[in-house]
Ligand binder design. Structure first.
Ligand code: ZN
Length: 157
């Protein structure tokens, strides 16, 4: 057994070493940058919605961050890719609730899986921002993409 620094959980280190969905989505509906000057984290989330704008068809992350920031981005893309955008918004709220100690925001219907390993950051206030960076960028990109689709629908004709 490792002597258990809850911050660097094996799952976090595994995602950091073998990141999922790293890169840039082709012809994204929206991109969003998440930067954390305190740590030097600088991530770029790009996403594409499907034709009906209800699902996250593709999502990727790029840039550089600390182990927590990159692992969190890897996990985020893994859980929201292919899912519906409402679920993606619920994920953001749940993860924020989990790491900022607001259990009322945690959606009990979400199966956290690997993401639960991020919970350890709540004991380290300076790391909370690292863990949330990708999720907050996701929320912003998702809102931008949804707004863009709605505008497009509304202005046609
Ligand atoms: Zn960081």
């Amino acid at each position: 057994m490792a002597n258990g620094n809850p911050l660097y959980h094996d799952i976090i280190l595994e995602h950091y070493e073998y990141p999922r969905n790293k890169g840039l989505v082709e012809q994204p509906d929206a991109t969003s940058r998440g930067a954390n000057a305190m740590c030097g984290d600088d991530l770029l989330i790009s996403l594409k919605l499907d034709d009906s704008a209800c699902c996250v068809e593709d999502i990727a992350w790029g840039g550089h961050a600390c182990a927590i920031g990159e692992a969190s981005a890897s996990m985020m893309t893994e859980v929201v890719k292919g899912g519906d955008s409402g679920a993606a918004h619920r994920w953001v709220k749940t993860v924020r609730g989990m790491v900022t100690n607001r259990p009322a925001d945690v959606d009990p219907s979400i199966d956290l899986g690997d993401v639960e390993s991020l919970e350890g950051v709540k004991q380290y206030p300076v790391r909370i921002k690292c863990a949330l960076l990708a999720w907050e960028a996701l929320e912003e990109a998702l809102s931008t993409a949804e707004r863009k689709r709605t505008d497009k629908g509304g202005t046609i004709g």
